[in-house]
Design a binder for this molecule. Structure first.
Ligand code: PGA
Length: 256
């Protein structure tokens, strides 16, 4: 089946309101290049969500980078799913490697976030990927399998169909080094097979699985051209509107 490709920006902890406004204005000027054959979103810091909701071109959906799994209460500093829904947020990242490594998020916490996001009517983008040590030790398949299976542990199969997964090898994030298209395609193929075994091929065939890790305008077309890879989750190269549009054009011009 053909899945609609996605271009998802992850701004991480970047951009003041003025910088977010400049980005949105520039993207708006070039919005004719954001063609309907692809789905676009920016996962922004909470502080920019309102502004982006107002200013982003209609083709670009809103995403957040994190959420807390409880509904409300004494959780100082946290943000709930219903607060994100208030802003019109469509996507929420869960299990990004920076949250796993820097903030100590476990597979179990990530699974709770994934189901919280889903139950609130938003789409989780479950991020998985091995470290360089794990890759060199031949553990990539094992690590990714554990992250995927624990990430979806609280979901019904009907919910899994709507999930987005991002395969992001940790060693490729922010380093300028990408996985080869074949390696990324192979791991993403394994991820789809894990979903086939756990749920069904019909469920697995609906799930969009992205590649992330040093994606930019001049390499995204080759990733998206691979039949297993449904788009990109992009950090650094999503921070400039021109570069975001460059990636959108590259996907549009790709062989998919
Ligand atoms: P990068 O980040 O594109 O800057 O490598 C990707 C990510 O962390 O999602």
């Amino acid at each position: 089946m053909s899945r609609v490709p996605m271009l998802i920006g992850n701004w991480k902890m970047n951009k003041t309101l003025q910088e977010a406004r400049d980005f949105a204005q520039r993207l708006g000027q070039q919005s004719m290049h954001l063609k309907p054959g692809c789905e676009y979103a920016i996962c922004a810091p909470y502080t920019s969500l309102h502004l982006l909701r107002v200013m982003l071109p209609a083709q670009v959906q809103l995403g957040a980078q994190n959420v807390y799994h409880e509904v409300s209460g004494a959780y100082t500093g946290e943000i709930s799913a219903s607060m994100l829904v208030d802003f019109g947020t469509k996507f929420v990242l869960a299990g990004h490697s920076e949250r796993r490594a820097i903030f100590g998020e476990s597979n179990e916490m990530i699974a709770r976030k994934v189901s919280t996001i889903m139950k609130a009517g938003m789409t989780p983008i479950l991020c998985v990927g091995e470290t360089i040590a794990e890759r060199e030790a031949g553990q990539t398949e094992h690590v990714v399998k554990e992250q995927v299976l624990s990430g979806v542990a609280n979901l019904e199969s009907g919910e899994v169909e709507t999930l987005v997964i991002a395969y992001e090898p940790v060693w490729a994030i922010g380093t300028g080094k990408t996985a080869s298209v074949d390696d990324a395609g192979q791991v993403i193929g394994w991820i789809r097979q894990i979903l086939v075994n756990q749920f069904s091929s019909s469920v697995a065939n609906h799930v969009r699985i992205l590649y992330g890790g040093s994606v930019k305008a001049d390499n995204i077309a080759s990733f998206v051209g691979h039949p297993e890879i449904d788009g990109g989750l992009v950090g650094g190269a999503s921070l400039e509107a021109d570069s975001f549009v460059g990636m959108a054009k590259a996907i549009e011009g790709g062989q998919r």
